[in-house]
Design a binder for this molecule. Sequence first.
Ligand SMILES: Cc1cc2nc3c(=O)[nH]c(=O)nc-3n(C[C@H](O)[C@H](O)[C@H](O)COP(=O)(O)OP(=O)(O)OC[C@H]3O[C@@H](n4cnc5c(N)ncnc54)[C@H](O)[C@@H]3O)c2cc1C
Length: 403
Amino acid sequence: MARKTTPRVAIIGAGPAGLMAAEVLSAQHIEVHVFEQKPSAARKFLMAGKTGLNISHAEDIETFIARYDQSAWLEPWIRQWDAAWIKAWMQDLGIESYVGSSGRIFPMEMKAAPLLRAWLKRLVEHQVEFHYRHQVLSLEDNALKIQNLRSNEIESLNFDAIVLACGAVSWSQLGSDGQWQQWLQPHSIEPFQASNAGVERAWSTFMQPMFGEPLKRVEAWVKGEPKSSGDIVISHYGLESGLIYKQGRALRRLLKQQQPMQLYLDLLPDISVEQLTEKLKSAKKQSLSNIWRKAGLDQVKASLVREMVEKSIWNDADTLAQRIKNLCVDLQGFRPIEEAISCAGGIKQEALNENLRIKSNPYVFCCGEMLDWDAPTGGYLLTACFATGRAAAEGVHQFLMQK
Ligand SMILES: Cc1cc2nc3c(=O)[nH]c(=O)nc-3n(C[C@H](O)[C@H](O)[C@H](O)COP(=O)(O)OP(=O)(O)OC[C@H]3O[C@@H](n4cnc5c(N)ncnc54)[C@H](O)[C@@H]3O)c2cc1C
């Protein structure tokens, strides 16, 4: 039997996941209210666009899906709303995109602001009601207690369904403060951990001139795990870069197993250990700096070798070559979660049904970074936020149709 009244849905959070849910629901002529505690929408999305909004990735879909831990869970949604879909969706909003040399997809203008402007305009045209500076304080069944942060008034409102799109816990000044964790049963949440974050290592003062400098074209790995290659930046706190982020999952596993957090580096992956040994042996009369430079160690790599390899073996070509190609860096941990680009952990798959509805509360659906999946940088984070936002909204739609 057809419903007589228009159903009313609340979306908590105006980040990319919440906005995508709003898009799907408003197209179904559902009354959509978005509550956002910040004075404006998608602040983290805008921050992501500051250095170039990497919105997705053009690699083949199987490789793409394998980038996620929890990939089997996300797979159907990522397949449905993949990189090609995102490009077409942006184009529909008047935003052209391009594929960079690494396969990463960016809007032509690089920034997130034009895309967000066009998107919000369309959502408003579709009658989505935005309530900025409205903070949800609690959730019980289908009732929300909401505080208007301008007037401090608190009201309780009931909805036909609720979508949580509150984000994880990093960069909390942009809105994702994790307060929502109090609303759910603790066992339904995998504790959050920093992901796509720098790692800490205490350097001696000798390394100070190298802070901010890159170790170019190195390989990095955790013992027994796959290698990845790229650049690593030496920073005052340790090491940082996309290559470090790629090793994050394996490093977190070490921590979980209470093993030493050790990252191995090959500083010269383009030559074999035998070739390197020959180069280090070849010119005995030259200064050590010259020999190392000619062997391929630039100033940053040479500094790292001086920092990490005992002086007693600097002149032992065989042993030194082994160390340069297999340099074990002891790490002290990840940078604080607050600084992380994303978070591992969140609402567990087993706490949700196949429509991203919370099993213990039939009115509530969840999406975006608050779910327990993770991926490296490369556009995978936003792709999954969009896809789960759409999936949760479709779940809501189905639920409302059955009522
Ligand atoms: C510096 C940086 C760069 C990044 N670059 C990229 C990139 O290039 N590519 C990529 O794929 N990803 C990138 N990311 C990650 C990406 O931005 C996030 O994964 C994404 O924004 C998460 O979307 P979300 O909608 O799940 O949550 P969020 O974007 O965190 O949005 C959640 C929203 O919910 C609101 N909220 C929370 N609690 C409440 C409440 N109680 N009441 C009302 N409102 C509430 C928050 O204020 C917030 O606006 C980057 C992240 C950072 C920090």
